[in-house]
Design a protein around this ligand. Sequence first.
Ligand code: UT7
Length: 322
Amino acid sequence: MTRYSKVIGTGAYLPPNIRTNEQISETVDTSDSWIYERTGIKSRRIAGPNESAASMAEIAARLALDAANCDANSIDLIIVATGTPDRVYPSTGCLLQQRLEIKNCVAFDIQAACSGSIFALSIADQYIKSGAAKTVLIVGTEICSRIVDWSDRSTCILFGDGAGAVLLSASNEAGILSTHIHSDGEYEDLLYCPNPQVATDLNKHETGVINMRGNEVFKVAVNTLGKIVDETLEANNMDKSDIDWLVPHQANIRIIMATAKKLKMSMDQVVVTLENQGNTSSASVLIAFNEAVRDGRIQRGQVVLLEAFGAGFTWGSALLKY
Ligand code: UT7
C-alpha cells in the first residue's frame, strides 16, 4: 500500500503591527500607487521588538497542532525554513522544539530563502514515504523587516513578517503527490543577504540587508515558475484542468498572474495574500495555504499546487491532494 504524507493541520501567525505603503512613502521616494501597481502590495506586518522567528513559529505550530487535534509529543521531526533565525545556532527548529516541550524528536533548519517551505515539504515527504518519520511539523518563519534596508525603495516595499505551519502525517490516503525542487547557485548576485559576522576581507564592507536586482529576478522567476508547472503536471500525468487551487509564493502579483495564466486558471482559483502581508519569504506559501484551508476555499479531496521561487536561485513545487 502506498504511504503518503497527508496534511492534518495548518496554522499561521501574522504580527498585529501594520506598515502601509503610505507610511513607507513618508521615508523613501515612492507612492502607494507605484507599489500597488507594480507589486499588488498595500501593507505588510512588522514583528514587535519582543518577537522572533521562533516565537512566531510557536504560535503557528500550536494552531496547526490544535487543528489536527494532535499532541506535540507525537511529532517525530520538525523542519523549520527560515532566513532570519533567532540564533546562528541552535537552529530555530531546536528552539521551537524547546518551546513545544517535545523531548524526543529530531529538529533542524533548512535555508532555501523564499522556497524554504517547499524544500521542507519535499524533505518531509521523503522521510514519511521511506518510513523514517510518521508525523512531521514544517514551519516557515521570517522576520524580513530586520534584514531589509528601510532606505532602499526597491526592496523595503516588498517584504513582511510572519509564520506558517503545516503538520503532515503518514497515511494510506492520497496526500502529497509529488515534490520538485531545484537550485542554481549561479544567480547569487541577483538576490542575497550578507552575514557580516562571518565576513571575509573581500566582503567585510557589506551590511546584513537584502540586496536585489528586482527586475532581473522577476524575469527569471516568471520563466522558471512556468517550467516547474509543466514539470509537476508531467510527473503526475495530469492536465492543467486537474488542479483546483494554486497556492503561490507571494512575491509580486504580476508573477502570480503569469503563473496562473500559464495554468489557464482563473484568479478565483489562486490564493493571494500579498496585498496585506507583502512577501514573507519562506513563510508565504504556508500562510496562504492556511488561510484558504481555514476559510473553507480548499476542501478535502481537492488538488492543490504550491510553488515558490527565491534566492539561490531556488525554486520548487509540491502537488498534493488535500
Ligand atoms: O521573493 C523572492 C523573489 N523576489 C521577487 O520575485 C521579486 C521580483 N521583482 C519584483 O517584484 C519587481 O522587479 C520589483 C517590484 C522589485 C520592481 O518592479 P519593476 O517593474 O521590475 O521595476 P524596475 O526595477 O524595473 O524599476 C523601474 C523604475 C526604476 O526607475 P527608472 O530607472 O526607470 O527611472 C526604479 O528606480 O522604478 C523605480 N523604482 C521605484 N519607483 C518608485 C524602484 N522602486 C521604486 C519604488 N517607488 N518603490
